[in-house]
Every structure is written in C-alpha cells, then in structure tokens.
Ligand binder design. Structure first.
Ligand code: NAD
Length: 290
C-alpha cells in the first residue's frame, strides 16, 4: 500500500518505520529535519499525501491538525483513507472529519496509548472513531503499529475515549502520590503500603503497574529518577483537553479540574517540566498542608 505519513516526531517516526518494515511504500513529511528508516521524505504534506491509499498524521495539537487538513485534503484521492493518530480536542477531530467527508476522504480519529516504547515495539493501543468502512480499511495498519484497536463509535469517539481514560489516569496518579506522601508522614513503610494497597480496594494501574515510589513495585520511571515515561506536560495537555471537552459538553468534572490545576502548577511554576507525571510524589513529599 502507498502510505503518506505526516508528523515524524517521537511517536510518528517509529510508527512510520514499522509500516515501512512491514513492506509498505511510505512517503513522509515533517517540518523538522528528520530521518526515518525505510521512509522516503517529501518536501510538503500535500506531496506526501498526494496519490496515497492511506494518509496518517501524528501531530502536536488540533490547531496544527486543522492547518494540515487544509493542506492535504485537496491533494488526496477520493476514496482514500486518512487516519489521524494525534491526541487533539474532540471538536477539531470532528471538524476535520467533516472536511474530509466533503473531499470524499474516509476519516478515522485514532489516538494511541502506549507511548514511545509502544510506538517502537509496534504494541500501541488505538482508540478509533469513524465509519465501519473507514475503520475496516485502517485496521490492517493498526495491526502493524499496535496490538489492539477498539472501534469506539463515530468521528471524535476515539479522542473522547482517550481523554476520558487520561483524565482517570491523571486523577488516579495524584491520589496515589498523595496517599504515599500521607503514608510517609504516618510512618508507614512504602513497601508495606504497596503490599496492602496493590491487593486491596485502593489498587489501580498507577499503583500496581507504574508505582510512583522508587524501588517499590514493578520497574517504572520513578526508578530512573523520574525520566519520562509519560511527561508531566503531556499529562497536562490531555487534562486540558478533558476540561475543554467538559466545558463544551457541559459535563461536571471537579476532580479532572483539580488535577488539571495541579499539573499546571507542577509544570509551569514548580520543577515538573520534563519529568515523568509520577514525579508528583516527590512534589507532595516535600510539602505540608499549607
Ligand atoms: P513530537 O513533538 O515529538 O512530534 C510531532 C511532530 O510533528 C514534530 O516532529 C513536528 O516537527 C511535526 N510537525 C508539527 N507541525 C507540522 C506540520 N504542519 N507538518 C508536518 N509536521 C509537523 O510529538 P510526539 O510525542 O510524537 O506526539 C505526537 C502526538 O501523539 C501528540 O498529539 C501527543 O499528544 C500524542 N501522544 C504522544 C505520546 C508520547 O508518549 N509521546 C503518547 C500518546 C500520544
């Protein structure tokens, strides 16, 4: 298959390389100077998208996605498929899907979880929104780049699933970190805290699989001086998207709102920028109540 791939950063680069490795003819474009194994680079997004059976985008945000849509859709063949794997706001995902439909292009929003490691290993999870036909055409590529793809519903449903999941993740990480900091102050050993909570009703993915306490639980970024992993600023991005969606749909999300405020403070005014999102634990551990 002839594939255009636009946005060859931390995630897009290994995803495009995996498609090329699987034998597809991949033409890529990025604004930055990049080099991707097995991928031919072109000088514009429109050039990469022109004549492709499937175009994949992996971009930083909804504003850039909308600009790229204006650029590539006129160049795309009617009946071709556009899979956007970026994490963006639901409104932008739906707007570009409408624009694609007008151009006769089948659009799928398909944000991912699994991070840079999952992108390199081809083990991402895709959460997809779009028609059955569009999802069916995208599915063989999801199998190469990932290990699981869930068709969540119509356009925007993939982004909705992603931000709801990550709102739970942000809130749960904060709850886990503040509980560890409280346990410290109560003189409770962290390993004992893990042994109890990981097998009790307080268990969660953040406790059991990604424990924020160094040396406790399975290996995680806390064991590597909180090098990301999943950076605090990316968590802040996703939490902001959840609050943008909550506002536009009039949903009451008080804990999502509190988590957004805390990660904003951590990233913008404290030392959270560039650290893993589990570095909330050393943040709490240094603080008192006021
Ligand atoms: P990144 O910043 O490394 O890559 C984005 C790339 O897009 C950059 O190389 C940039 O030069 C390029 N770009 C920007 N504007 C462009 C344009 N107009 N035309 C062509 N290229 C353009 O970001 P990333 O970590 O690869 O993340 C990409 C997306 O995936 C984001 O939406 C992010 O939220 C999401 N995501 C990231 C992770 C992660 O762990 N990094 C995990 C899940 C989802």
């Amino acid at each position: 298959m002839k594939i255009g791939f636009i946005g060859l950063g931390n995630m897009g680069n290994p995803m495009a390389a995996n498609l090329a490795k699987a034998g597809h003819d991949v033409v890529g474009f990025d604004m930055a100077d990049v080099d991707v194994a097995g991928v031919t680079l072109s000088s514009s997004g429109a050039e990469a998208a022109g004549g492709a059976d499937i175009v994949i985008t992996m971009l930083p945000n909804g504003q850039i996605l909308r600009a790229v849509a204006d650029d590539i859709l006129p160049a795309m063949n009617s009946g071709s498929v556009w899979i956007d794997c970026s994490t963006v706001d639901v409104d932008s995902a739906r707007a570009v899907a409408d624009q694609a439909a007008q151009a006769g292009v089948l659009a799928v929003d398909a944000p991912v979880s699994g991070g840079i490691g999952g992108a390199a290993a081809g083990t991402l999870t895709f959460m997809a929104g779009g028609s059955d036909v569009a999802f069916g055409k995208a599915a063989p590529l999801f199998e190469i780049m990932g290990q699981k793809a869930v068709h969540c519903g119509g356009s925007g449903a993939g982004q909705a699933a992603k931000i709801c999941n990550n709102m739970i993740l942000g809130v749960t990480m904060i709850a886990t970190c503040e509980a560890f900091a409280l346990a410290d102050k109560l003189g409770l050993d962290r390993q004992k805290m893990f042994d109890v909570v990981s097998t009790s009703s307080g268990y969660s993915w953040t406790m059991n699989a990604y424990c924020p306490a160094p040396g406790v639980g399975p290996s995680s970024p806390s064991d590597n001086d909180y090098q990301p992993g999943f950076a605090a600023e990316l968590m802040l991005k996703d939490l902001r998207l959840s609050q943008q969606a909550a506002e536009s749909s009039d949903a009451d999300t008080p804990l999502g709102q509190a988590a957004t405020a805390l990660y904003q403070q951590f990233v913008e005014s404290e030392d959270g920028l560039g650290k893993d999102f589990s570095a909330m634990l050393p943040r709490f551990e240094k603080r008192g109540r006021s």
